[in-house]
Each structure stands twice: as structure tokens, then as C-alpha cells.
Design a protein around this ligand. Structure first.
Ligand code: FAD
Length: 260
């Protein structure tokens, strides 16, 4: 099988189509799987949507969509949220004076795999996670609520991420070191370095898209200044990596190609 249409993605850019496809899948498919949400799972969902409202740099109609979903969830004070009610709440509202619309189509651009079973949603989820930790690092004092975003992502993965084996691996890494993160910039670097650990573990495995080999990222051709050598061994220049992440995961680097 070949992808439905050839897309020309630039790996140095982010694509809004990937981000919106990911949000559509996460909010309307993945989170809507349980028959009811309650307890820690409901709290994790509310927290995830509130974090998106705060830090996701979406198009105006998507921002409105997230704000209205967040407002609806805040008003939902019963202990159980049935799937039928959630399914209604995650629908678009095009008629309001401010349309609340998250496109319902799934289009992968930067996350397009060479075959349909490669890349796509998990690639988009990592991208959104990095984007959120970087946006949080760019706003507010560094030492204030360092785990605001990272903790929310941890809960989302634990309670909703459909790949259970992935969720277990991620939770094990989080339990080991996430609580030691003391600042927002450190949180963004924690996610970067742990994503690289996942890349190293998965390199050469059967979930790897042969057209997109798992790399220690960013590779030298994307960010030469991120790499250095200490006594003959490779090392990361973390301040340079942080500068690179801030530029790569910035609203100015999100392209609208292929959005509806
Ligand atoms: P991805 O790893 O998905 O990365 C997406 C994009 O992010 C890349 O194209 C690149 O532009 C950028 N990027 C790459 N590395 C970094 C980095 N270190 N920092 C910042 N940006 C980076 N799959 C498994 O088979 N087993 C698992 O245990 C597993 N655990 C996962 C845990 C989580 C939380 C998530 C979100 C996914 C997990 N996956 C796991 C899926 C796997 O990590 C990939 O997402 C998937 O194989 C698609 O890979 P990809 O080539 O599109 O790149």
C-alpha cells in the first residue's frame, strides 16, 4: 500500500495538519474508548484539555473548540462521565458566533509513514508533547509548577494511550526520574532525553519505519551545535539543545500546508 497522496514534508518543520489530526484522534477516539470516565481517569482527561487550552498554539477555531470543551468539562461535576455525553461534547460547533472546530479528517504530513501502519498518531503525540513542554517553558517563571505539563502528559499516557506496552515503558521512566525535575526548561529537556531513550530502544526493531530510522535527535545535520565531544566521546550540549528545541517547537515553525 502507498499513502493516499504524496506529501512533501520538511523534517525541520512542524505541520498543523499533524497536530490537529493527533488532537482529533486523541480527544474523539482514544479518550472516548472507555464506557465511562471517572476518578483518576476523568481527572487526567480534564487536566489534559486544560493544558491544551493553556499551551497549544492552535488556529482560532481550534482554540475556541478547546476552550469550549474545557468549559464544558469544568461544568461536569458528576463523578462519572458516560461516553455518550463525551461524544456530544467533543463535536464541532460551526454555528456559534465564534466557530468551535477541530477538523475531523486525519491527514499526516510530517508524521506520514511509508506504510499506513508506520508513524502517524504516536509521532503526532510526541510532537504535541514537546510543543507543550516548550510553550510552558517559554511562559511563566521557570521554577513555578515545573511538572504542570509533564505531569499532565504522564497521566494522559497512563490512562489513555492505546499502546499499553508503550504506556508501561513511559510510566517506568517517569517513576524513576520525573519528580526530580525542578524547572520548566528542565522538563522540556527531560522529555527530549527520554524520547531519545525510546528511540535508542526501538532502533532497528519491527515498528521502525525503514524510511524514517530512529535517530538520536536532533542529528548533527539539523543541529551541529547540539553535539560535542568530551574526551573522545559524544556528548550533548544541553543549552544548545534547549535553544534548538525552542526554535523547532515554536508557533512560528508550524506550517498550515494540508489543513482543511
Ligand atoms: P517519533 O519517535 O514518533 O518522533 C516524532 C518526531 O519527533 C520525529 O520525526 C522527530 O521530528 C521528532 N523527535 C524525534 N526524537 C525526538 C526527541 N528526542 N526530542 C524531540 N523531538 C524528537 N513504540 C514502541 O514500539 N514501543 C514503545 O515502548 C513506545 N513507547 C512510546 C511512548 C510514548 C509516550 C509515545 C508517544 C510513543 C511510543 N512509541 C513506542 C511509539 C514510537 O516512539 C514512535 O512514536 C513511533 O514508532 C513512530 O516513530 P517516528 O519515526 O514517527 O518518530
Amino acid at each position: 500500500t502507498t499513502p493516499s497522496q504524496p506529501k512533501h514534508a520538511d523534517r525541520s518543520k512542524l505541520y498543523m495538519a499533524d497536530l490537529e489530526s493527533t488532537l482529533h484522534y486523541s480527544l474523539r477516539v482514544e479518550a472516548a474508548r472507555p464506557a465511562t470516565l471517572s476518578g483518576a481517569q476523568l481527572a487526567a482527561f480534564k487536566c489534559y484539555v486544560a493544558t491544551l487550552v493553556k499551551y497549544f498554539p492552535g488556529r482560532p477555531c481550534v482554540q475556541t473548540y478547546l476552550q469550549s470543551l474545557d468549559g464544558w468539562l469544568r461544568n461536569w461535576t458528576e463523578p462519572e462521565l458516560p461516553r455518550s455525553a463525551l461524544k456530544e461534547a467533543v463535536k464541532n460547533n460551526r454555528d456559534a458566533s465564534h466557530p468551535a472546530v477541530l477538523p475531523t479528517n486525519v491527514t499526516w504530513v510530517g508524521c506520514q509513514g511509508s506504510e499506513p501502519h508506520f508513524r502517524g498518531y504516536p509521532c503526532g503525540l510526541w510532537t504535541i508533547f514537546h510543543l507543550l513542554t516548550i510553550q510552558a517553558a517559554q511562559s511563566g517563571p521557570d521554577k513555578e509548577l515545573p511538572l504542570e505539563v509533564l505531569g499532565t502528559l504522564r497521566c494522559y499516557v497512563q490512562h489513555f494511550f492505546g499502546c499499553q506496552e508503550c504506556a508501561q515503558h513511559f510510566e517506568a521512566m517517569a517513576a524513576e526520574s520525573m519528580d526530580q525535575v525542578a524547572g520548566r526548561e528542565e522538563a522540556a529537556l527531560w522529555l527530549w532525553s527520554h524520547h531519545n531513550k525510546v528511540n535508542a530502544r526501538l532502533a532497528g526493531g519491527d515498528t521502525e519505519d525503514p524510511k524514517f530510522p530512529k535517530l538520536q535527535w536532533p542529528p548533527p545535520d539539523m543541529c551541529p551545535q547540539c553535539h560535542k565531544e568530551e574526551r573522545g566521546v559524544h556528548a550533548w550540549d544541553e543549552p544548545a539543545v534547549l535553544t534548538f528545541l525552542k526554535a523547532h517547537f515554536s508557533p512560528a515553525n508550524i506550517y498550515l500546508d494540508y489543513t482543511e
